[in-house]
Design a protein around this ligand. Structure first.
Ligand SMILES: Cc1ncc(COP(=O)(O)O)c(C=O)c1O
Length: 449
């Protein structure tokens, strides 16, 4: 490897104002950020402007953006139809939000039910984490059981219960066939840890075995059908998970906060794989770039929150000052309008396939044991020759090579979060794709010398 190639030094040389601002920010915000995911060492790029598929940092550097706020901006930054919808909504209502029920909540609920037809009812939240949290509470109320199951390596938001076994160390994780329940955040109580049953993703035999062993105390199994946006499920595995949870009376919740509208067609992983869960959680894209989430499902389950059909002492609590925010729903509706147009998904697929194929071609031609993997408009770059079927496979990839590539690309005008997936949008052009692959080739060459 070229001793003279130091991509982190190149990154630092190019982002001096971000480094300065990081110092200032760190005086006021722990780690200079308002969420740990936004930090990466030595310091993150601080952005100040965006247009379409591009962003600019404090130093004025222009980047093609593949972070897109970790996925929501599937139409790029400030799509005119989204901005127009927000303006019109504000003018029409004469307020940002009433707090009283609003027509748009009904319209969006109707729309989501058409997209996910196994669902009879919807409730809105302010984020993906709230969607999964309320869905789990509703499931526990419906089943009168307090334990839940989740897959090792799956992310469902940042609260204790679902952070369990998110990124356990190899030592703590235990046997692959019977993953141990490992706290995902300092300060998590033993009670919470004991309430979670961890399962091995993409492993039919052991998932079924563990679910059967704990069937009497599990209210729900929550899962990302596509783990972390890029680890695809074996279809048979997904089918068996569906059959088994149905047989055992465990509520199956698909967390599609990430995969929703990012698969290769309009809808979610449930749509693409043809599997109906009992409940589904959405977020990111349905807010059109603003904080939003939703949980939905079958009538008998969703009725747990119904103040008309259930007495207070038999009801599951669901609240939130900003739930169903009309301005945000207007942005979400405008986003879905564009996604629904017949040309949108073919275009997104073309851009995403060109990038995936381009990276794979580069890796192959240049002799790297690496690949671009993931469905629809999400992909990740993994340095391994092996198959990635779960968190443990992903954790074994070569992070040092990935780090070189990441900082080499960041220093040459591609914006994304190091070590995280790339997201594409309808504003990415053929020119963006060509430029991205040119940059990647240059960096991969430098890494070889
Ligand atoms: C699958 C999944 N579920 C839940 C969440 C939490 O969503 P939010 O960050 O809006 O709280 C995320 C966020 O990335 C996610 O990817």
């Amino acid at each position: 490897m070229c001793a003279g190639f130091d991509p982190v030094a190149e990154y630092k040389a190019r982002t001096k104002k971000s480094a300065e601002w990081f110092e200032v920010a760190s005086r006021h915000l722990p780690g200079g950020v308002t969420g740990n995911v936004k930090f990466y060492p030595p310091y993150p790029v601080y952005l100040k402007r965006a247009k379409g598929s591009h962003v600019w940092d404090l130093d004025g550097n222009d980047y093609i953006d593949y972070m897109l706020c970790f996925g929501p901006l599937i139409l790029g930054h400030a799509h005119p139809k989204v901005i127009d919808a927000i303006r019109k909504q504000l003018d029409r209502d004469g307020t940002q939000i009433f707090g009283a029920p609003h027509e748009l909540e009904v319209r969006m609920a109707e729309r989501l039910k058409k997209i996910f037809p196994f669902s009879d009812a919807v409730r809105f939240t302010n984020s993906g984490l709230e969607a999964t949290m309320h869905a789990l509470r509703v499931a526990k109320g419906a089943k009168k059981r307090s334990r839940i199951a989740k897959f090792e390596g799956a992310y469902h938001g940042c609260y204790d219960e679902v952070l369990v076994s998110l990124t356990p160390s190899e030592d703590a994780a235990g046997p692959r066939a019977a993953p141990q329940t490992v706290s995902g955040s300092y300060g998590t109580s033993e009670t919470v840890i004991n309430n979670v049953q961890v399962l091995p993703y993409n492993d039919i035999e052991n998932t079924v075995r563990i679910l059967k062993a704990h069937k009497d105390d599990l209210a729900a199994l929550i899962m990302e059908p596509v783990q972390r946006g890029f680890v695809v499920p074996d279809l048979e595995f997904l089918r068996i998970v569906r059959e088994t949870t149905r047989e055992l009376g465990i509520i199956l919740i698909f967390d599609e906060v990430m995969s929703g509208f990012r698969m290769e067609k309009y809808g979610g992983a449930a749509t693409v794989y043809g599997i109906d869960p009992d409940m589904i959680c959405l977020g990111k894209i349905i807010g059109g770039g603003f904080p939003c989430g939703a949980f939905m499902g079958k009538r008998d389950i969703m009725d747990m929150v119904n103040p008309v059909t259930r007495a207070k002492n038999e009801r599951v609590f669901h609240g939130g000052t900003f739930n169903g925010h009309p301005t945000i729903l207007a942005a979400g509706m405008a986003t879905l309008d564009v996604l629904e147009e017949p040309k949108t998904y073919p275009y997104l697929n073309k851009v995403s396939d060109n990038l995936r194929d381009g990276f794979n071609d580069l890796f192959g031609r240049m002799g790297y044991e690496a690949k671009a993997i993931g469905p629809g408009s999400t992909f990740n770059l993994v340095f391994t020759k092996g198959k990635i079927a779960d968190y443990r496979d992903a954790a074994k990839c070569d992070v040092k090579l990935r780090q070189k590539l990441d900082f080499g690309m960041l220093a040459r005008g591609l914006h994304f979060h190091p070590d995280k997936p790339f997201y594409t949008c309808t504003e990415h052009s053929d020119k963006d794709v060509d430029q991205t692959l040119k940059v990647a080739e240059e960096v991969l060459k430098k890494m070889k010398v």
